[in-house]
Design a protein around this ligand. Sequence first.
Ligand code: 9UX
Length: 71
Amino acid sequence: TPHRIELAIGGMTCASCVARVEKVLRRVPGVREASVNLATEMAQVQAGPEVAVQTLIAAVQRAGYTATPLE
Ligand code: 9UX
């Protein structure tokens, strides 16, 4: 698992959505930082090597948004 993970986030329409997605990502154990860009609909996550990408995706989906990993 890479330490820097990019996810395409779907379903965000306002700045509060950005804050919500950042919060759920930052609460995943092992995540050091998460930054979400509303214009590009992208999340950049810095995490420890023990963090599975699928765990990040599941956290975003539980919050009501979609997440797709990028290459
Ligand atoms: Mo803004 Mo996002 O009113 O789920 S928080 S649309």
